[in-house]
Design a protein around this ligand. Structure first.
Ligand code: ADP
Ligand code: NG1
Ligand code: MG
Length: 480
């Protein structure tokens, strides 16, 4: 493979900041040597385009400042030693086995152990390397992405482990390939994710969001309007996405909706098809797809038997080809609602990107000056798309949470548009706030939500909400 240097995850010899120094200290105390390298993978906030990556549609995330740092050193024994600066994540050690001997098993409640995410990254890397291994690894992790909160802490952890392991085995991959590999790795945890989190983790650039398209994966910079600030606020509800079947249920419903919509097209009988592929095959616009869903999938609920009858397949075939181990037991599916969300959300992503590009063009054409009125209109148009996205996620996709809805409502009372970000069922909102209003908005959220509604102490309220701007993607920092 010919690699442009820009396409590789950069290895930068930089002196370390305080967090890295602290991590190195932990590392030294535990392993008796300095780390040989540190990898850094950021979390992300998705501005718009929720639950559509696995349907083949573009999304619009940006990387956060918060990240996972993983310090590592190579060892001759084929072993993996994993440590975490947060004592709630227990030590873990295992022999470095071959790819298919790494079995990823959750705890008795079905919740993954933290190190399972690391094992996912290493399992996928081993598969990629055909089990050709040079070294084992000592690894120490330090993370500050709020976990289980829709900011993609899981993918940062999986990707950091995969990147560290590849680095230890002297394997070189470009950013697009490693993002794809890490997306496949994370599926070993049990969720059928679409690839957004890993793509932005590697392809992010400072100062701009990215419009990410699939097959092949490509990131196009989107410059956000000057006057816009994006604020992230936690709903105080954490949810581990691999511990329930909510996520995979939505993936399965989209697959089944796509299969039913594709009945008029000649497809191989058991090929899994996405809602995006159906649109392409039918050569229709998103508006036409929305009309087709209403016409073809009129019912609110489809039973498994009904779907089998329409597709002319047995229950076993449906289970094996379209469902996942944790969705096989489901007996009812919502197809119309999920497909409508996907096509409408895909349209919102296009509109959002167009508005940003138009604003940018205007700015370039007028030497960077835009009228205040123009700015307010732009922010209002973008904000409206975000509000519509939240409504759709709440009502059609049913992945919101009462605390998320409350945060969105409080924002709206302040004329700030907000939406849940990430998979949902808890986690965070992202709000588009005019820059000059950020302080006032954050204070209002602290008072109305954290202090009054959740009884959080005033001194702690501000730790759950922060303004953010687009950050860099993953890096490997080699120790001097
Ligand atoms: P998210 O929306 O943050 O990606 P997930 O449910 O997908 O949420 O993954 C959250 C899980 O990732 C946590 O329950 C934990 O096991 C793991 N995790 C996140 N951050 C860390 C960390 N700093 N150290 C160890 N494990 C972490
Ligand atoms: P989080 O919020 O990290 O659980 C998940 C998926 C994404 C995407 C979003 C919803 C993974 C690793 N991530 O994100 O691919 O589908 O939900 O837009 O599965
Ligand atoms: Mg996750």
């Amino acid at each position: 493979m010919s690699e442009g240097k820009d396409n590789l995850v950069p290895v930068i010899k930089v002196p370390t900041d305080e967090r890295k120094l602290n991590l190195s200290k932990h590392f030294y105390n535990e392993f008796g040597c300095q780390p040989e390298f540190i990898v850094r993978v950021p979390g992300r906030v998705n501005l718009i385009g929720e639950h559509i990556d696995y349907c083949g549609y573009p999304v619009l995330p940006m990387a956060l400042e918060q990240d996972i740092l993983l310090a590592g050193s190579l060892i001759k024994e084929h072993k993996l030693l994993m440590r975490n600066t947060n004592s709630k994540y227990e030590n873990f050690e295992t022999e470095l086995k071959s790819f298919n001997e790494i079995v990823i098993t959750p705890d008795a409640n079905g919740k993954p152990y933290w190190y399972n995410y690391m094992l996912c990254g290493i399992k996928g890397a081993l598969e990629h390397l055909n089990n050709e291994v040079l070294y084992g690894l000592n690894m120490y992790v330090d993370g500050n992405i709020p976990p289980a909160s829709g900011l993609s802490s899981s993918s940062a952890l999986v990707s950091a482990a995969c990147l560290a392991f590849l680095y230890a085995q002297k394997a070189v991959l470009n950013k697009i390939d490693i993002a794809g590999l890490c997306a496949r790795c994370e599926r070993y945890i049990g969720t059928q994710g679409g690839g957004m989190d890993q793509a932005i983790a590697f392809l992010a650039e400072k100062y701009c969001a990215q419009y990410i398209t699939w097959n092949p994966t490509k990131a196009t910079k989107v410059v956000l309007p000057e006057g816009a600030s994006f604020v992230v606020a936690h709903s105080l509800a954490e949810v581990n996405k691999a511990a329930t079947n909510d996520y995979n249920r939505r993936v399965a419903e989209c697959r089944l909706a796509a299969k039913l919509l594709s009945l008029s097209i000649q497809t191989m009988s058991h090929t899994v098809i996405t809602l995006g592929q159906v649109q392409k095959l039918l050569n229709k616009s998103l508006e036409e797809m929305i009309a087709l869903v209403k016409e073809t999938l009129p019912k609110d609920i489809y039973t498994k038997e009904e779907i089998c009858a329409i597709l002319n397949v047995s229950t076993d075939e449906l289970d094996n080809f379209y469902l996942t181990p944790n969705t096989k037991q489901l007996s009812e599916f919502k197809l119309k609602q999920r497909a409508l969300h996907v096509y409408e959300e895909a349209r919102r992503v296009e509109d959002f990107k167009k508005i940003c590009e138009k604003t940018n063009k205007c700015l370039n054409g007028t030497n960077g000056t835009s009228s205040v009125k123009e700015d307010i209109n732009t922010l209002e148009s973008l904000g409206k798309l975000m509000s519509e996205s939240h409504e759709s996620l709440k009502n059609l996709y049913e992945c919101s949470h009462e605390n998320l809805d409350r945060l969105v409502d409080i924002s709206f009372q302040m004329n700030v548009h907000a939406r849940l970000t990430g998979a949902g069922w808890g986690g965070c909102i992202v709000a588009l706030c005019p820059r000059e209003k950020v302080k006032e908005y954050i204070e209002a959220l602290e008072d109305e939500f954290y202090i009054k509604h959740c009884n959080i102490d005033k001194s702690k309220a501000n730790s759950y909400v922060f303004a953010t701007s687009p950050n860099f993607g993953a890096e490997s920092n080699q120790s001097e």
